[in-house]
Design a protein around this ligand. Sequence first.
Ligand code: ADP
Ligand code: DP6
Ligand code: CO
Length: 332
Amino acid sequence: MITTGICRAHTNIALIKYWGKRSEALFLPMNSSLSLTLDAFYTDTKVSLDDRLTDDVFYLNGRLQGAKETAKISRFLDLFRRTAASSTRARIDSYNHVPTAAGLASSASAFAALAGAANEAFGLRLDKQTLSTYARRGSGSATRSLYGGFVEWHKGQDEQSGSSYAIPVDDADWDIGMIIIAVNTGKKAISSREGMKRTVDTSPFYPAWVTTAETDLQQMKQAIAERDFTRLGEITESNGMKMHGTMLGAVPPFSYWEPDSIRAIQKITQIRCNGTPCYVTMDAGPNVKVLCRYSDSERIKEELLTEFSSQQIIVSRPGPGIKVLSEAEWQY
Ligand code: ADP
Ligand code: DP6
Ligand code: CO
């Protein structure tokens, strides 16, 4: 017998970054974070439980994955098997409508979609808050992709896995947009996981990151509550830059930036100096994201076209939370 569950999850870009774990085993973060879910990028995942299978089988974008990638998925699905008291193996089909491992948060939409699909397939009916704690254990940033708009991920207490979950903060339905400048969509050399671990272990700047991230978060929540776009942008830009600064202090030092990342940052600064509010943030990759008023996005895009091609510039509105899809909606 085959039982299926299908789910779509959108990616999210952190405005207050998650950078560093206090527990690697449980994916518990050092600091709370806050993100914006994006409409433009998402993952669709189907979990088909099949009692004839002796091992999980994982296809990504139609390609059978090897032992290492499949083992990650199996360990993740074990959490659901344990809760469901099941030992049934699954075939997993996943399609990324986002470049994989390029610093565009594929791991966030991936594990939120997989969590949503597994919840359906195993018939667990976990509530969204609990499901966010499950998604977290595939990839930290996936915790936040359960919800749409602005989302906070609570760091939680001590070693208590259940205390570190996401909550929706605001639906972002107030002229908010994000422009992605795709500098390089190839696979990064250092995964987010390795990068943050090296930073926690070796960077003398790391303790300052942890203490100031908490203040940044409180101020950002206030800016969102007041719909103060300028303040929101200023905190976004300074928090992101600060995270990248911690990596320069690591041993050995590293950076995700490429020459075109700096070109993009300088162009955005210039556009802002000319009077259009727009602010930069970057994740573990060379691609640049620009927080702006959605109503300004086409004008900003026009200006960016002097430096980048139109295929490199993707305009997004805020996106929704996870959605369970029917077999009829599975388009692959
Ligand atoms: P990103 O910036 O894209 O989030 P990460 O280094 O955090 O990069 O994570 C990339 C990893 O996430 C991939 O190498 C793969 O292991 C996993 N991943 C990405 N997409 C999927 C998917 N659709 N299903 C399962 N795992 C995925
Ligand atoms: C820079 O969630 O990809 O994008 O938890 O190890 O899977 P793991 O890492 P991941 O790290 C994301 C780091 C970031 C900031 C953020 O999304 O908050
Ligand atoms: Co990631």
